[in-house]
Design a protein around this ligand. Structure first.
Ligand SMILES: O[C@H]1[C@H](O)[C@@H](O)[C@H](O)[C@@H](O)[C@H]1O
Ligand SMILES: [Fe+2]
Ligand SMILES: [Fe+2]
Length: 289
């Protein structure tokens, strides 16, 4: 156990990021995206995403989903819904998304046994995918995210080549490096492609909902799919100091989100009671979705 694990929220520090790598497959064998060899479901999801996610599209999705009038349920109920959800963007996951939630949380628990909010973050981070079960297409629910309203970076999966039919790339307001943004405006002022990260973040922050997770957790939730930023180091010119500070938590989180992806199903009957109690501490009531 590291001392970083017992620091209370509000003054959290991450001094000793620990290694985490289950021996299922090589690190390099995760996240292989190749237009010639990737599964068709993966390519098709990203093609639809990179073609259709425009600034205008994202603004409309924000408006539609952030009325929080789609249902009322607890986190555990939402997680349960993901028993029926398979993510088509993900080349490394062949289990329902609810299983991936427990795998991520358990990976975090192994390395951060006393950091409860971090474990809760692992469990809930993908729950925004319930949108798909309410009719949202996979291309605006799952997959890596990227800023809209400015030129897509080369590090985006499939090398930005699937963007060729995106109308924002023909528009001179949105096809330059900065596009509609000012340098270092901060990621909270950037429109990200619409998906489960932003949706869950907005649900948890909604004034009608109660959530006691610290800012670090909310950052992981909001930006964990922004691989071009947290893994490739792109888009620094849109970041403010806060974003750069928080990035170390997103990177620590990412190890567990990614490398816990194995075919092994964790012992769910044992885990549900533990996590139900933990979640109640941080997200105690039903949420408006
Ligand atoms: O395919 C995956 C999956 O949809 C994850 O939930 C998301 O966070 C990742 O960024 C993405 O690559
Ligand atoms: Fe995710
Ligand atoms: Fe995930």
């Amino acid at each position: 156990m590291s001392t970083a694990d017992v620091v209370p929220p509000g003054s959290v520090s991450l001094e000793d990021p620990s290694e985490y790598r289950p021996e299922y497959k090589d690190k390099d064998d995760y996240r292989t995206f190749d237009i010639h060899t990737s599964p068709e479901r993966v390519i098709n999801t990203y093609r639809a995403m990179h073609t259709n996610q425009t600034l205008d599209y994202v603004k409309k999705k924000n408006e539609y989903w952030c009325k929080f009038n789609h249902g009322e349920m607890s986190i555990m109920e939402a997680l349960n819904m993901l028993n029926n959800f398979m993510d088509e963007s993900d080349p490394d996951v062949d289990v329902p998304n609810s299983v991936h939630a427990f795998q991520t949380a358990e990976g975090i628990r192994q390395k951060h046994p006393n950091n409860e909010w971090f474990q809760v973050t692992g469990l809930v981070h993908d729950v925004g995918k319930v949108m798909a079960l309410w009719g949202e297409p996979q291309f605006s629910t799952v997959g890596d995210t990227f800023p809209v309203g400015c030129r897509p970076d080369k590090s985006i999966v499939f090398d930005a080549e699937l963007f060729k039919d995106n109308p924002d790339l023909q528009n001179e307001k949105t096809n330059t490096k900065l596009g509609i943004y000012e340098e270092n405006c901060g990621l909270s002022n950037v429109y990200m492609s619409w998906g489960h990260d932003e949706y869950l973040y907005r649900v948890l922050k909604a004034p009608e909902n109660t959530c006691h997770l610290p800012e670090e957790a909310l950052y992981c939730i909001r930006f964990h799919s922004f691989y071009p930023w947290h893994t490739s180091g792109a888009y620094k010119y849109l970041c403010d100091n806060k974003d750069l500070e928080m990035m170390k938590w997103v990177n620590e989180f990412n190890k567990f989100d990614l490398y816990s992806k194995t075919p092994d199903i964790p012992p769910l009957e044992e885990l549900v009671p533990y996590y139900t109690k933990l979640v109640e501490k941080y997200i105690p009531r039903k949420l408006k979705w």
